[in-house]
Design a protein around this ligand. Structure first.
Ligand code: GAL
Ligand code: CA
Length: 354
């Protein structure tokens, strides 16, 4: 009788233990990928979609920066704001100590802020900057990203510098103007809007006339970039004197299109292409002379700053405690962009080597 009871006790203890273990390390549906360890805050994170070239580097850098310092519950919002909002509910229910949100729709910030407020949780937005009114509506919200307009200004400068050195070859119709096509990121995205505006304004500000042959969004996406560029090449052909892209994924897409059409293969036919991000694939093309340059969007530091601010906020400390970052009047940490050409590719390579 006693023996039987002991055996029963043992089995039930074993069952209990395994249930407890499963509860700790298991991946419940909708919880995202949890990395657990003790005595560190759990940070609930959403990425607007994993299937975004640049964001995959930010995600990696977040995971790296969080090692031993925070538990990370990472979610792929699959470009669906409703899904992301649900993920935030789940993270709050799970008891995370701070939220780090890469919005799908920058206009959804107030919805997320309301939820964070109700749960008395700090919320750090990153990569997609909410409107100022949203940022001001809650004292426990901060932004980590860049100064979007800076990437446009730097890209404009890079275009002017390259144009001035090569205009004998690149000004194909010899009218002194740059006939360009522009691949835009997601419309309404602060980066896409500012890059488009400031790149073109900067060129004009330097006294170079421009003519826009075509502009369209390719949603930050390589394959969409190729499709748009295919159509523009068949429509404008050699009339295109510059291909300006809001990011490198689209620039790489455009490059594969121009190469199909016989350009940028090392021969005489060349169409200058510029992007933003300076992701490793683009750096290879810059080194090979197939792309003119890019603007480094520092994934490593943006990821690290997001984690640092989130951990501090989770621990009730000053968000910048122990860091060298500064906050501007919009409660934002802004990581600087850097112009990248063949001459200084290494700067970007070092940033992405993690
Ligand atoms: C931008 C980046 C793009 C894309 C976008 C997503 O900063 O340059 O490549 O990742 O963020 O929000
Ligand atoms: Ca021209």
């Amino acid at each position: 009788m006693k023996k039987k009871f002991l055996a029963l006790l043992l089995t039930s203890t074993m069952v209990l233990t395994s249930v407890v273990f499963a509860g700790c390390s298991g991946k419940a549906e909708g919880d995202g990928d949890s990395k657990t360890s003790k005595d560190v805050p759990n940070i609930g994170i959403t990425i607007y979609k994993y299937d975004d070239n640049f964001m995959s580097f930010v995600r990696r850098s977040i995971e790296k920066a969080a090692t031993d310092k925070a538990e990370v519950s990472m979610n792929d919002s699959q470009n669906d704001q409703a899904k992301q909002t649900e993920q935030v509910d789940t993270l709050i229910a799970k008891g995370v100590k701070a939220l780090a949100i890469n919005l799908v729709d920058p206009k959804a910030a107030p919805t997320i802020i309301d939820k964070a407020k109700a749960a008395k949780l700090p919320v750090i937005f990153f990569n997609k900057e909410p409107e100022e009114s949203a940022m001001k509506s809650y004292d426990k919200t901060w932004y980590v990203g860049t100064d979007s307009s800076q990437s446009g200004v730097l890209q404009g400068e890079l275009i002017v510098e390259a144009w001035n050195t090569n205009k004998d070859k690149w000004d194909k119709n010899k009218d002194g103007k740059i006939q360009y096509v522009l691949l835009k990121g997601e419309p309404g995205h602060p980066d896409a809007e500012a890059r488009t505006k400031y790149a073109v304004e900067t060129i004009k500000g330097k006294g170079i006339e421009v003519e826009e042959l075509a502009i369209d969004t390719a949603m930050w996406d390589s394959a969409k970039g190729t499709d748009k560029m295919d159509a523009w090449i068949s429509k404008f052909g050699d009339k295109i004197e510059f291909v300006i892209c809001n990011n490198d994924a689209m620039a790489l897409g455009a490059l594969s299109s121009v190469q199909k059409a016989g350009y940028n293969n090392g021969g005489d036919k060349f169409m200058p292409i510029v992007g933003v991000d300076a992701i490793p694939d683009a750096l290879t093309k810059i080194k090979e002379g197939q792309m003119v340059g890019s603007i480094l969007n520092d994934a490593k530091n943006q990821g690290a700053a997001t984690v640092q601010v989130a951990i501090n906020a989770a621990n009730g400390k000053d968000p910048l405690d122990g860091t060298e970052w500064k906050l501007d009047d919009k409660k934002a940490v802004r990581v600087p962009y850097v112009k990248i050409t063949k001459e200084n590719v290494k700067v970007a390579e070092d940033t992405y080597a993690q």
